[in-house]
Design a protein around this ligand. Structure first.
Ligand code: FAD
Length: 501
């Protein structure tokens, strides 16, 4: 042991959504967790459009969901797309029917500086030791395993912290991810660049969709338009790699030129002015963000969030992958600490499930972009679907809303629990019905069995968070695989009765 080193059960590198979620879920089990975050929060980050599974599922498990609900973030009921050759925007809702606005059928659009700060403070409140202004330099490792980290503390002194596990949650700019072994592999397909900034006074979609993300394709790529408050809007142009010249040079002029290319965004910004001061005053560029690491773990170390993988900004999967990956990793670490599953098996389960989730989004987004160039495309079909009497996509999301409805569980737990259980079966049937339809209106996403499984699992994560012990048992991902315990906090072997923990 190093004489000057402190000891913890887990050292988490990075206090973004991945790091703070993992820290909270492990600290809640009574383990000693140190989070080292190089910045002082609040700090800027992109990734403002969230998914219901994050805010009602994972954040319910960590215990921060109510605080998020009280924070006043705009509610995102779904997405509005203007895409491909079809001139008309089309909308999907997590809960399609305005009559059926289930209590968990929405997500939030968040200022990440605030959202990440709430999550990090929450991790601290539930027992993690959080140190800001501490930059990790490297891991401490021997031939057998990773044993801790070296870091610079807020006073500039170099220190060491030892732990049974080091979790790299330090995002896209991680400097230690390669210490897990393997390499970061960049996607050949997703190679766009993003230029983004913030506007005051932009228009809003008509109610009740004013909190939706608006995604608008145009010749050079597509725009996101995310309402962050009644008046503040995040606006980003995602430009194809071969058109990278369009965002070189003066960024303000480049962004205005791209906006000019895109009539719908021009119209929405016609009365708006770009924010030029404060944290939102800068125009920022992001590139090389689509990759996955070839391995997510080694003995004593795991990667979660952008340190491990990220696909593409479309469909707001980043924070979902980060927080869901953190949940999977936390279960593995908690199980090893509880002595119920050995480390190789626990890490295998984490990696298998995380890779599958990543793979689903990758597969989904490939077809999304393919269709972008083809009028007879996903988007055209999805548009057609949303116009039909009982459109597949709307049915699908309506049922997702049904599964996730249930904030009332807090006031009428039994009735809502029963409703959720009924919803679960209906949901599974509907997913199969959608996937089994063979007419031309079928959405390609749902032809993938892996996507169907994950959609079911996503519903279960939310149900589990709401129902706790009452949730139905899950099936393992593969033969001999592990399943979450009823409270969602550990893995257990479905062939073995759960040991008391
Ligand atoms: P981060 O949020 O990056 O947090 C990592 C933390 O680690 C940071 O706070 C950093 O300061 C800290 N850190 C870094 N190095 C060190 C070190 N050496 N020592 C200590 N701390 C360190 N996702 C969505 O869900 N919705 C969206 O709409 C969306 N839009 C996007 C648009 C673009 C253009 C891009 C590129 C991404 C987008 N994303 C979106 C993805 C989203 O930004 C990320 O997936 C998400 O922020 C990942 O969270 P994280 O916790 O893994 O990492």
């Amino acid at each position: 042991a190093l004489p000057d080193a402190e000891e913890f059960d887990v050292v988490v590198v990075g206090g973004g959504p991945a790091g703070s979620t993992l820290a909270a879920l492990v600290a809640l089990r009574g383990h000693r967790v140190l989070v080292l975050e190089k910045e002082h929060f609040p700090r800027h980050q992109i990734g403002e459009s969230l998914l219901p599974a994050t805010v009602h599922g994972v954040c319910r498990l960590t215990g921060v969901a109510d605080e998020l609900a009280a924070a006043g973030f705009p509610r995102k009921r779904g997405g509005t797309f203007r895409w491909g050759a079809n001139p008309e925007p089309w909308t999907f809702a997590f809960a399609v029917s305005p009559r059926m606005s289930g209590p968990t059928s929405y997500a939030y659009q968040v200022e990440r500086s605030r959202f990440d700060d709430i999550l990090l403070k929450h991790a601290r409140r539930v027992g993690a030791e959080v140190r800001e202004g501490c930059a990790v330099l490297d891991v401490v490792a021997d031939d057998e395993r990773v044993r801790g980290v070296r870091y610079t503390d807020a006073d500039g002194h170099e220190r060491r912290a030892l732990a049974a596990f080091v979790v790299d949650a330090s995002g896209n700019g991680s400097r230690i991810h390669q210490r897990v072994g393997g390499t970061r592999v960049y996607s050949d397909f997703f190679r766009s660049l993003a230029l983004y900034g913030y506007f005051e006074g932009g228009k809003r979609l008509p109610a009740p969709n004013s909190g939706n993300i608006l995604s608008v394709a145009f010749d050079s790529g597509w725009f996101w338009y995310i309402p962050l408050s009644a008046t503040l809007t995040s606006v980003g142009a995602v430009v194809r790699r071969e058109l990278a010249d369009k965002i070189r040079g003066d960024r303000h002029r480049a962004l205005l030129a791209l906006i000019d290319e895109c009539p719908l965004i021009s119209e929405y910004l016609s009365d708006a002015r770009r924010v030029t001061t404060g944290p939102y005053g800068e125009l920022r560029v992001r590139k090389d963000y689509s990759y996955h690491h070839t391995t997510f773990s080694r003995p004593g170390m795991v990667l979660v969030g952008d340190a491990a993988c990220f696909v593409d900004p479309v469909f707001s999967s980043g924070v979902h992958l980060a927080t869901y990956g953190a949940l999977l990793a936390a279960r593995s670490l908690n199980s090893v600490f509880a002595g119920t599953v050995d480390e190789p098996r626990a890490l295998r389960e984490f990696e298998a499930r995380y890779r599958r989730e990543y793979g689903v989004f990758y597969e989904f987004l490939l077809s999304f972009y393919e269709m972008h160039h083809d009028e007879d495309s996903y988007f055209w079909r999805a548009k057609k679907v949303t116009r039909a009497d009982r459109p597949e996509l709307e049915s699908f999301v309506e049922l997702i809303g049904g599964v996730s409805s249930g904030e009332q569980v807090l006031t009428d737990a039994d009735a809502v629990a029963a409703r959720l259980r009924a919803g679960s079966a209906e949901f599974a049937d509907a997913v199969d019905a959608v996937a089994g339809s063979t007419d031309g209106s079928m959405v390609p996403l749902f032809t993938s069995s892996v996507v169907r499984e994950v959609m079911r699992e996503g519903g279960q994560v939310q149900m589990r968070a709401l129902l706790g012990e009452d949730a139905e048992p899950e099936a393992p991902l593969s033969e001999g695989g592990l399943v979450p315990t009823a409270d969602g906090m550990l893995w257990h072997d479905p062939g073995v009765p759960p040991a008391p923990t």
